[in-house]
Design a binder for this molecule. Structure first.
Ligand SMILES: C[S@@+](CC[C@H](N)C(=O)[O-])C[C@H]1O[C@@H](n2cnc3c(N)ncnc32)[C@H](O)[C@@H]1O
Length: 291
């Protein structure tokens, strides 16, 4: 299943909850063999690009993000050309002008590649790489004032395009449950949902205009039960809140979960005081009795 890794391949976006710093801790839990890889909350794709599976289904609710991956696969040269143009636009006035396009009718006429280039530009130049949307689905992170942001990371974009084109990678955009419906026995599903917050009121996580509630966390756990019963390998990342620990301590007839604590440095938080060490868990599901 695995092949020689291309070490240049890494996320092209800064993404809240990105897993790059945790990879060395996650590594030992990954299954050695699996038929296909599913990542229904792919975000920046740190785990995908680390594992580089030959067959993968990647999904995110965020359509702009999935559009970007499709463009990297199919329209690379045009995308690079547009990003080179954006490299000349790292100033506050241009930023707010480009950010404001999704508030106009003109944006509806933009091509997928134009949208993809704008997403990378905003992600690299906005404050803290925070992909945040308001309730109308408009990008609303402020300008970051970075001196030399890497807007066109050509080697990484080329490596990613090659990886998508030389392997069987399918892109989906929708809810995680739909994305995992056809996962066959023997596949590996890594789930990295928006994290549960200690304070339930905080469970609006701004990646999409809809939040991710505790009902969604419960729905996800029930889906994992079914996937494990089917014979899939399942791993889930989340924050170590009492709610999550209790949810996954609930044993079903066939499935148990091991909750491993891993520490992570969270870099993306608009409140500087909240940045720093946050306890996270990596939950590994196991089928107890062969059905
Ligand atoms: C914690 S991030 C994933 C981070 C990713 N593992 C990385 O390394 O960058 C969670 C992702 O879930 C997506 N998301 C939120 N609600 C979703 C849903 N109901 N179904 C699928 N994806 C969803 C968000 O758009 C976001 O990209």
């Amino acid at each position: 299943m695995r092949r020689k890794k291309n070490l240049i391949l890494q996320p092209v976006l800064k993404w809240a909850g990105g897993k790059r710093q945790l990879l060395s801790q996650l590594e030992k839990f990954f299954p050695k063999k699996y038929t296909s890889y599913y990542e229904p909350f792919v975000g920046g794709g740190a785990v995908l690009f680390h594992l580089q599976p030959k067959k993968a289904i990647i999904n995110d609710y965020n359509e702009d993000l999935i559009n970007l991956y499709r463009c990297i696969k199919d329209n690379l040269e045009e995308l690079i050309e547009k990003l080179k143009y954006y490299e000349t636009k790292n100033d506050s006035e241009s930023f707010y002008e480009i950010r404001g396009v999704d508030r106009t009718d003109e944006y509806k006429k933009w091509t997928p590649v134009e949208r993809a280039a704008r997403l990378i530009y905003l992600n690299r130049t906005c404050y803290n790489g925070l992909f945040r949307m308001n309730s109308a689905g408009q990008f609303n992170s402020p300008y970051g004032s970075y001196k030399n942001p890497c807007i066109c990371n050509e080697p990484v974009l080329r490596a990613m395009s090659k990886y998508f084109n030389e392997n069987e990678i399918e892109f989906r955009s929708g809810d995680f449950e739909d994305a995992c419906k056809d996962a066959p026995k023997g596949s590996f599903i890594y789930l990295d949902p928006p994290y549960d917050q200690y304070d339930e009121q905080m469970n609006f996580v701004g990646y999409t205009k809809d939040g991710f509630t505790r009902e969604d966390q419960t729905r996800l756990k029930l889906m994992c039960d079914k996937l494990i019963e089917k014979g899939c390998y399942v791993m889930i990342s989340n924050s170590k809140t009492p709610f999550i620990v209790e949810l996954y301590s609930d044993k079903t007839k066939y499935v148990t979960y091991t909750i491993n604590t891993v520490n992570a440095r969270r870099n993306i938080n608009s409140n500087a005081k909240k940045r720093g060490e946050v306890e996270e868990v990596l939950i590994v599901g196991k089928l107890d009795i062969e059905k």
